[in-house]
Design a binder for this molecule. Structure first.
Ligand code: NAD
Length: 459
């Protein structure tokens, strides 16, 4: 099949790479010319600065120029295509609605080209972007308005998780395909031939609108489950004496009906999707007069979680942040990625700067560079207080407190690094409960404060 991906971000690039690996003839298009030029080199450092996913560069190197082609020339890539995958950004607007500016601009450009195509065989325009329920229909209208004919629209939402994007594209839990007719289902069956009738992967065919809704319900369900543990489990552990949150979690999730995933309490879930998708679904439901209280609560708990440890450090730990140096470890929204979108660290650092810290010592194994772009001092002079380090140990050195803001493996149980580097009085704020041997730290007079536990101060 000749496949085109429009947009080469996390979704488009990974989809293009994995489809090329499965033997399709793939053309990956982006309006960002620099990006396309960088990808065309096949050099890991020029690919990973945009999308850093384990295994991705290897696939690109193996298929580049054979079954995978990068191009910024939309006209050239669209001729004779079987399926066009829309992999464009769909960020939130201030009112929570989905901003379709990028999506609409791409759709208009595609329609202008396709209106004059030579090859008249049927093709499908597929939404992989997360878009409001009804957007496939909207896409159809844009095409028809330009006189494009013999095409179908489809919704094929993407469920990949960053950090394991290649693995989940190669072996997804399910492939959801929403089309209007058999012909279009058949085109997508050929695209996904390795997943149809798979023993483990569910291949689900439905209406475009149902497919669009599946993506929103799945993402808001995941965030709601995370927020349940943060809003209920963590609060019990923090406020009821002698309740151990780890045992509570284990006891509850030992029930086969209750997921272990999402039960680890934290300083909130970030990333490019959860926040914007729940905001969008709230907006979409309000428009049809449906109560959104439950979704609003999930969203609010998640936002509250991101920074409340800092307030607890003041009220429960008696810590004064003014003029202190604080190490912030884990800047990306989670481990194995350099993606800073909606990362909890952003709120953590902004809150600390607001409390008058003298300096922030920042460290992330992958995201120092992308964090420096987010914390650009030309946007806020306070960001000049942030210094970046090449290791957690170097970041901790000379600090008065540290905040663990992501789940990078290297932070797990690193109490020895803390002891070797800084002496008490010292405050450890553990947003991810990465230090299971915290008792040893407390015994040595460090103060330990974690999501899900009461503050532990030296005797
Ligand atoms: P991204 O921002 O990483 O990439 C989007 C790409 O589209 C960029 O390279 C940009 O240059 C390009 N682009 C913008 N306008 C264009 C145009 N007119 N023509 C061609 N290219 C254009 O976004 P992403 O993270 O890949 O997300 C894409 C969509 O997939 C979003 O709707 C998102 O919600 C959804 N999604 C993302 C993830 C994820 O983990 N990142 C997971 C599932 C679904």
């Amino acid at each position: 099949m000749k496949i085109v991906t429009i947009g080469t971000g996390y979704v488009g690039l990974v989809h293009a790479a994995v489809c090329s690996e499965y033997g399709h003839d793939v053309y990956a298009h982006d309006i960002d010319r620099k990006k396309i030029a960088d990808f065309t080199t096949g050099r890991s450092e020029l690919i990973e600065k945009y999308v850093n996913e384990p295994g991705l560069v290897n696939i690109i190197r193996e298929t580049l120029g054979k079954s995978l082609h990068f191009s910024d020339d939309l006209e050239a890539v669209l001729e004779g295509t079987d399926a066009i995958f829309m992999c464009l950004p769909t960020p939130s607007d201030v009112d929570g609605s989905t901003n379709l500016t990028f999506y609409n601009a791409a759709a208009e450009s595609i329609a202008e080209v396709l209106a004059h195509r030579q090859d008249k065989r049927r093709f499908v325009l597929v939404n992989k972007s997360t878009v409001p329920i009804g957007t496939a229909r909207h896409l159809e209208d844009i095409m028809k308005a330009h006189g494009v004919d013999n095409f179908g629209v489809a919704s094929n939402p993407e469920f990949l998780a960053e950090g394991t994007a290649v693995a989940s594209a190669r072996r997804p839990d399910r492939v959801v395909v929403g089309c209007d007719c058999k012909e279009d289902f058949n085109i997508l069956r050929r695209v996904y031939s390795q997943f149809v009738h798979h023993v483990r992967i569910k291949y689900i065919e439905t209406t475009p609108e149902t497919a669009e809704a599946i993506k929103y319900v799945a993402n808001t369900m995941l965030l709601t489950y995370i927020s349940f543990w943060n809003g209920v489990g963590a609060k019990i552990g923090e406020n009821m004496p002698n309740v151990n949150i780890d045992d509570l979690r284990l006891g509850v999730t030992s029930d086969d009906r209750i997921s272990t995933w999402g039960s680890f309490v934290s300083n909130g879930a970030g990333g490019s999707c959860f926040g914007k998708d729940i905001s969008s679904l709230i907006y979409q439901l309000r428009r049809v007069n449906v109560s959104t209280k439950m979704l609003e609560a999930s969203f609010e708990v998640n936002e509250h979680q991101k920074v409340y440890l800092i307030d607890r450090a003041i009220t429960e730990g008696g810590f004064k942040f003014n003029n202190k140096t604080v190490a912030v470890l884990g800047l990306a929204f989670k481990k194995h990625t350099n993606d800073m979108r909606d990362a909890s660290s952003i709120k953590v650092i902004e809150s600390l700067l607001g409390k008058g810290v003298a300096a922030i010592h920042a460290y992330d194994p992958l995201a120092n560079q992308s964090a420096a772009e987010v914390f650009d001092p030309s946007k806020n002079v306070l960001f000049e207080k942030i210094k970046y380090f090449d290791s957690a140990k170097e970041a901790i050195a000379g600090s008065h407190a540290l905040f663990v803001s992501s789940d990078c493996e290297e932070f797990r149980g690193f109490s020895r690094t803390i002891e070797d580097t800084v002496k008490p009085p010292y405050l450890v704020m553990d947003g991810r409960r990465m230090i299971p041997d915290y008792n040893e730290l407390v015994a040595k007079s460090y103060t330990y404060l974690a999501v899900g536990s009461m503050v532990m101060t030296p005797e």
